[in-house]
Design a protein around this ligand. Structure first.
Ligand SMILES: [Zn+2]
Length: 398
């Protein structure tokens, strides 16, 4: 099902971009990246990647916070990832898959910067191709000018333009399962080093599998591999699929290591408590982490007011949220106090799709992490959520 949708989306994308291919698409040999590092020079900071071939690339700037984004073809990252990530004006950087066929590097910089030059040197004296970018501090006005000049050539993937296949004649409930994070955005990192994006994908696939066995349901995953999706793309996906239910799966971390247990969240302008507010803030950072250019989006989602339709949607979201917590409690995972909480999660902003965000547990807590990493723990959590789905549809449509 998902593959079919994905092929359809990809086809549409190719047609939209005007690259109609006559034959089968041949995969280009991947380019290996063998080294990534920062260098500090007298008046500039240099970011260097060593790679096996010369890639095409696109560099642009983002404000709020200040970032430099480098888009490249899909790369095979073999670089040692343990070196220092802070030098000169660069405060941190990350790299990974942004979307199919596009790898991305995001450099977080401490203030307005200018890109002095980007160069790819051919192999010489035993060194492979070297890509480098030299960065220097500048003033705000020059930064804004350069930002406008270097607009991203990449728009978001065009799922917004492609509807998934329409529901079968005998009406099934469409449930969109949304594994949080992915690709360049690892999400939270557990005590043992496990990435949230892996846990969310593993549990989501299990939920998908359980629901697929019931002919009442048409479950769809927003992603079924390690790719990044912006929050807006996730929301759009749910709306395009005309989902009856949207479930975003997460397993975050929090500063306090003794905090543990699952919790279920719905959208609200005001947060139920400080912890929910903190969590929404960190979840909403996903787009910043991946360098999504929010300034070029015609953001129908960001500005949505809670209108009547949404209020009705909200009632259904809350109804489902209240059914999830007791099921998770039965699965053996601890749950946190009140049955559900609420805050301003951007991923829950579809006005017409009942949406919840499930935090399966905290990766910052050792016991929770153990459950989240284990097959049994994952299966139990998936089953608990599937049980809640059953209960929910029995209630609203007996
Ligand atoms: Zn998360």
């Amino acid at each position: 099902m998902f593959n079919r949708f994905f092929r359809f989306a990809l086809m549409a994308l190719l047609i939209i971009t005007g690259n109609i291919l006559s034959g089968p698409v041949m995969a280009e040999p991947a380019i290996d990246v063998s080294s990534v590092r920062l260098g500090l020079h007298e008046d500039k900071t240099r970011f260097v990647m060593e790679m096996s071939a010369e890639p095409k690339y696109d560099v642009f700037l983002l404000a709020d916070p200040y970032r430099i984004v480098i888009d490249l073809p899909e790369l095979d990252w073999r670089a040692d990832d343990s070196g220092g990530r802070q030098k000169g004006i660069v405060q941190n950087y990350r790299f990974g898959l942004f979307k199919k066929d596009t790898s991305r590097v995001v450099l977080d910089v401490g203030g307005p910067v200018t890109i002095l030059r980007t160069v790819i040197l051919p192999p010489s004296s035993g060194k492979p191709y070297r890509f480098f970018i030299d960065i220097q501090k500048t003033d705000e006005v020059s930064f804004q000018r350069e930002l406008a000049e270097r607009r991203s050539n990449l728009s978001e993937r065009s799922i917004a333009l492609v509807a998934p296949e329409p529901p079968a004649p005998s009406r099934k409930y469409t449930i969109v399962i949304d594994p949080g994070h992915g690709g360049i955005d690892p999400g939270a990192i557990g005590k043992s080093g496990v990435y949230e994006k892996k846990i969310t994908l593993a549990v989501s696939k299990r939920i998908h599998k359980i629901l697929s066995k019931n002919s009442k349901y048409n479950p769809i995953l927003t992603r079924d591999d390690d790719t990044f999706l912006s929050l807006r793309e996730r929301v759009t996906f749910g709306r395009q699929a005309k989902a009856d239910l949207f479930i975003s799966i997460h397993a975050d971390s929090i500063g306090r290591a003794n905090f543990r247990g699952a919790a279920v969240y719905t959208l609200s302008e005001n947060a139920s408590d400080d912890e929910a507010a903190e969590l929404a803030k960190s979840e909403n950072k996903s787009d910043l982490i991946a360098g999504v250019d929010l300034s070029v989006q015609d953001d129908t989602v960001q500005g949505i007011l809670i209108d009547l339709a949404q209020r009705e949607t909200m009632n259904f979201s809350v109804k489902f949220a209240e059914m999830v917590t007791p099921e998770i409690a039965k699965s053996g995972m601890k749950t946190r106090g009140r049955s559900h909480r609420f805050a301003g999660f951007r991923v829950l902003k579809a006005p017409d799709v009942p949406s919840v965000l499930v935090e399966l547990g905290y990766l910052s807590n050792r016991e929770d992490e153990k459950i989240l990493k284990s097959n049994t723990g994952q299966q139990r959590l998936a089953q608990a959520i599937a049980n809640a789905v059953d209960k929910y549809f029995e209630t609203i449509d007996p």
